[in-house]
Design a protein around this ligand. Structure first.
Ligand SMILES: *[C@@H]1O[C@H](CO)[C@@H](O)[C@H](O)[C@H]1NC(C)=O
Ligand SMILES: *[C@@H]1O[C@H](CO)[C@@H](O)[C@H](O)[C@H]1NC(C)=O
Ligand SMILES: *[C@@H]1O[C@H](CO)[C@@H](O)[C@H](O)[C@H]1NC(C)=O
Ligand SMILES: [Zn+2]
Length: 416
């Protein structure tokens, strides 16, 4: 009886794996972009060579990370060589790293030594909600497109605090974000040093560990590199998913977003078309007293960047740009002290690329939240989205110290 049960489980999990999208011998290239012609060459060949961009060059002189299937690697290298483009291979078998991110044995508890599924993260939330009822207030902003609850927690030690709002894993494939933020939650509940105790006690934290619950589950179960939601608004029905960080109702679709449902940066058919975003903004509008959120953080990976508004233009800067940069510096200086991890910061249009309809621009442009950031965690593309599990703890620890530096800097200029 017992054996039968075990075998049945083994079969089920095998059936699941066999349906997974595989990336055997796919390679991740990094290509140096020296002028706009180089950029054009890559976009001209995107479809025919099946280029999959993990991270685009931020500016001329920078490099782009591009994944290719085995059958087009030779043609791609020939193309780069014939145009004298400098490149190297960062990952020579993407599937190997995907396999290394899947634990051989699943731990039943959170140890931050492996990546957890949504069910495991939610089971852990149940646990801490029961264990720390005096500081933790659970909330649910609503259900996802596929009907999963989108859960968050508020951590508050006393009334009257200003608040920080953090949404994480809005992109399904950015697993390090929910791993990091759950560790940070644990730190806030059991602070390991006085500086963390201070930011736990004197700030209210609203945290949604996994906002894109459908995309995250799909990334675990079927397609490791899945970024978007699972809402299908393609008139042809062919391409699934909205880039949720292009779906906010501020300067929607003005720049750095796509109207093509098959693209990774598809902004959706209209602003707030996806329930995840509609309910997130509705929760912030209706369930958090106006004016209490002073800092909004959208947690992403990878690139080691803090990005502020504006996303839609590089020609203008928001009124509070100097304050934003001061707070970003507080974060970056604190992070680098731990393990030497370097962060850059600036507005997204001037630092990364143009983007509109993102959470941080909505937070500033619509909600007047003084300090809004997109925070891109480690690394800089050595592993990209496939950061091995042994990096979880270092990233989580340095990010916790970064948050301490960020809060201290915000206090220094009276934002908090
Ligand atoms: C370009 O070439 C230089 C020198 O050979 C090398 O150090 C650098 O890493 C290369 N850049 C890329 C993107 O491969
Ligand atoms: C939240 O409030 C903003 C304006 O303050 C509004 O533009 C937006 O539509 C609201 N969101 C929802 C879902 O009601
Ligand atoms: C944000 O500030 C603008 C300009 O000061 C004001 O018109 C708007 O009502 C404010 N919105 C909120 C949600 O406080
Ligand atoms: Zn992202």
């Amino acid at each position: 009886m017992h054996l039968k049960f075990v075998l049945l489980l083994a079969c089920l999990s095998q059936a699941k794996t066999s349906e997974q999208v595989r990336y055997d011998n796919y390679k991740l290239y990094t290509v140096q972009i020296n002028d706009v012609k180089d950029q054009q060459l890559l976009s001209d060949n995107e479809k025919v060579l099946k280029l999959n961009s993990w991270s685009a060059a931020r500016r001329i002189g920078d490099s782009s990370d591009i994944m290719l299937p085995p059958q087009s690697q030779e043609a791609f290298e020939a193309l780069l060589n014939s145009h004298n483009l400098n490149y190297s291979i960062k990952i020579d078998n993407v599937q190997r790293l995907i396999d290394e991110q899947r634990p051989k044995q699943r731990l039943s508890s959170m140890e931050w030594t492996q990546y957890h599924t949504l069910d495991e993260i939610y089971a852990w939330l149940d646990l801490i909600e029961a264990r720390y009822p005096h500081v933790v207030t659970p909330f649910t902003i609503g259900d996802s497109y596929e009907g999963r609850p989108i859960r968050g927690i508020k951590i508050s030690y006393k009334p009257g605090n200003s608040a920080v709002f953090i949404e994480s894993n809005i992109h399904g494939n950015e697993w390090i974000t929910s791993a990091t933020i759950t560790y940070f939650i644990d730190e806030l509940l059991v602070p390991r040093n006085p500086a963390v105790r201070d930011i736990a006690h004197n700030v209210d934290w609203y945290i949604i560990p996994v906002l894109n619950v459908d995309g995250f589950s799909y990334s675990h179960e079927v397609e490791r590199l899945w970024r978007k939601s699972r809402f299908n608004s393609d008139p042809t029905g062919e391409c699934v998913g909205t880039d949720l960080n292009r779906n906010f109702n501020y300067r929607w679709m003005e720049a750095g977003a796509s109207a093509d449902p098959c693209e990774q940066t598809y902004a959706g058919p209209y602003p707030e078309s996806d329930p995840e975003i509609r309910q997130l903004t509705s929760y912030i509008n209706n369930s958090i007293p106006e004016g209490t959120i002073k800092i909004y953080i959208s947690l992403h990976s990878y690139s080691q960047l803090l990005l502020s508004p504006w996303g839609h233009t590089a020609l203008e800067f928001p009124e509070h740009y100097p304050q934003m940069m001061g707070v970003a510096k507080g974060f970056a200086d604190a992070v680098v002290r731990r393990y030497g991890t370097e962060y850059n910061y600036g507005s997204s249009a001037t630092t990364l690329y143009e983007v509109s309809g993102s959470g941080k621009d909505w937070a500033y442009g619509v909600k007047n939240i003084t300090i809004p950031f997109t925070l891109e965690l480690r690394d800089r593309g050595e592993y990209g989205f496939l950061l091995p599990p042994e990096y979880i703890l270092p990233v989580a620890r340095e990010t916790t110290e970064g948050f301490v530096g960020l809060i201290q800097a915000a206090r220094g200029i009276n934002v908090l």
